[in-house]
Design a protein around this ligand. Structure first.
Ligand code: ATP
Ligand code: MG
Length: 438
């Protein structure tokens, strides 16, 4: 089939036959977040470009190479058009919304979650898209390591509930600006000695933001980075105590983790704790969740100074991992009843009965194609209807019809009068019990 244009590279269509997988994850994420006291927040798909430059960081890949920035047509008043960017991630927009709406002046901590689409101009490959989706959670107001433990525990709980118990947790601390000054010096010294081998981007990073080199995807830079000094050796007393407390709390909760001193994360706003959940099941793009603390961001964006932290999970990668692990998704709802009809009077009656049952919450279908009985029944079969009713002149006259169980072929009488809803729901409940026992 040729359409006038195909979907843009790096985007995905989710068809009705697949959407139950997304719904499984989205519902589970919302339910888990709510158990932890996180409330949903919604905010715009695009923001002023300055927001991302300020928060994500000028020297990051995201800002330097991956942002989709758009300008509206020049306004009639002769002013420069606004410069907008499709959000590459959720933390900046969520923080902006929290500050702008006074959320951070309310009782602390404030805990929010979101389910959003994000946009990054990257080379599309398995698990790496240009439009992708994140479940994110952010917690504002607590500087204590117990908040870090709670946020990590939320991510872990969700992965467990989804049946992904083999996803591994890696944690690190990247310290505060105080300890990082010393560390930057050490890194600069180390990488300067091997300047000739670094990629051009890393050469630039060496001057402006040497920690970014540790996150470079080039195998040569990665090789060099292997021997680089590690931040954990440079932590100040406060950052070090914070990290120790987090490890104790995770141990107490039985959350397994490994310390990986190489995790620096791709966004500039992180301080102290950073973490990633990684799976080996889906190839190279195995990071299903990344997060950490960002104690300086709120102030940097114009709010009163306030510690904060959060994470984001890539939903495409989560679903891929679930598929590969063979874990079950909550199946799509099955059609409870198909009402087939012969002739106009019967079609009208079918529409009325369908409406009555739908109003009660049942999933009911009737013919809207003007087809004969045979194709109607074929369709009922195809959509997997649990029961069918065939309505014709005889049924209308008698005020009753046969309710057929499509799996067993069993038929029982059902009144089309006042007791229709009760009789139908009794049959459906009995069937559901049987299905559960079987
Ligand atoms: P990566 O190292 O894989 O590029 P990142 O550090 O850029 O990830 P974050 O900005 O921390 O990722 O985003 C959080 C999560 O969002 C990632 O762990 C991943 O699961 C998901 N994610 C990020 N970029 C993409 C993308 N282009 N396509 C699909 N999922 C993505
Ligand atoms: Mg990335």
């Amino acid at each position: 089939m040729s359409v006038i244009t195909n979907r843009p590279k790096g985007t995905q269509d989710v068809l009705p036959s697949e959407v139950y997988k997304w719904q499984t994850v989205e519902r589970c994420a919302a339910e888990t977040a709510e158990c932890f006291g996180f409330k949903e927040m919604r905010f715009p798909t695009f923001e002023n470009t300055a927001l991302f430059k300020r928060s994500v960081g000028d020297t990051t890949d995201v800002v330097q190479k991956e942002m989709y920035s758009v300008a509206a047509k020049s306004p009639a008043n002769g002013k420069d058009p606004d410069d907008f960017t499709l959000r590459p991630e959720g933390t900046a927009g969520a923080a902006r919304a929290a500050i702008e709406n006074g959320l951070l002046k309310e009782a602390l901590p404030q805990k929010v979650y979101y389910m959003i689409s994000c946009f990054r101009h990257e080379k599309p490959q398995a698990g790496r898209l240009r439009e992708f989706h994140q479940f994110g959670a952010e917690m504002y107001g607590s500087a204590d390591a117990s908040a870090d433990a709670e946020v990590i525990s939320l991510a872990k709980s969700l992965l467990d509930r989804l049946g992904l118990e083999n996803v591994e947790l890696f944690i690190n601390s990247i310290g505060c600006p105080k300890c990082r000054a010393e560390y930057h010096k050490a890194l600069k010294e180390y990488f300067s000695e091997r300047k000739d081998e670094l990629c051009p981007t890393c050469l630039e990073r060496l001057e402006r933001n040497p920690m970014r080199i540790l996150d470079c995807k080039s195998p040569i830079c990665q090789g060099i980075a292997k021997g680089a000094p590690v931040i954990l050796d440079f932590l100040c007393e406060e950052c070090s105590a914070h990290f120790e407390k987090l490890k104790t709390l995770l141990d107490d909760m039985g959350i397994k983790f490994s310390v990986d001193p190489k995790i620096v994360r791709g966004l500039d706003y992180y301080t102290k704790t950073v973490f990633e959940f990684i799976t080996n099941d889906i190839g190279a793009q195995g990071t299903v969740c990344g997060g950490g603390r960002y104690d300086g961001l709120i102030e940097q964006l114009g709010g009163d100074p306030l510690p904060a932290l959060g994470f984001a999970m890539g939903l495409e990668r989560i679903i891929m991992t679930m598929e590969n692990a063979g874990v079950e998704f909550v199946p799509a709802r099955k059609c409870d009843l198909y009402i087939a009809s012969m002739g106009e009077a019967a079609q009208r009656k079918a529409a009325v009965l369908t409406n009555i049952l739908r109003a009660e919450g049942f999933y009911v279908e009737a013919d809207t194609m003007g087809r004969g009985i045979k194709p109607q029944m074929k369709y009922a079969n195809k959509i997997g209807a649990t029961f069918t009713i065939v309505l014709g002149d005889n049924e209308l006259e008698a005020g009753k019809a046969k309710l057929k169980n499509m799996e067993t072929g069993e038929q029982v009488d059902i009144s089309l009068g006042d007791s229709f809803i009760d009789e139908f729901s009794n049959n459906l409940i009995a069937e559901m019990f049987k299905a559960e026992e079987g």
